[in-house]
Write a protein that binds this ligand. Sequence first.
Ligand SMILES: [Zn+2]
Length: 136
Amino acid sequence: MHEWSLAQAVINGALDYAKKHKLKRAIKINVVLGELQQIDVPAFKLALKELIKEQQAYKIKFKIKEEKAKLRCRACGFEWLFSKTKEKLSEQDSELIHFVPEVAHTYMRCPKCKSPDFEIIKGRGVQIESIEEISE
Ligand SMILES: [Zn+2]
């Protein structure tokens, strides 16, 4: 059900934006999905599709882009991609981090100084990147 409420939030956000900016009848929502998002992507896409059908005000298309997760060490400032360190993790651990990014600190260290004190600076959650008017 998490996927449905997220999809609903994306659509509501887009509709509010479209109304506020007086966009015409057809819009395209560009959605960015982080590599470390806690959702089931196929279920999320299905939810978007179904919910779009239910609203009549706009004709909506969506485009989903995936974003790589990027981490930054708070101790030394080093930045690295989650996918680089993922290879060193067991499949189970990497899966767990994927769905519960908060546990990353338990399993990962900064590749440079070995500090567990890092933050996820990119590639988390679901965001609306932009909304544009399209021709019907
Ligand atoms: Zn470091």
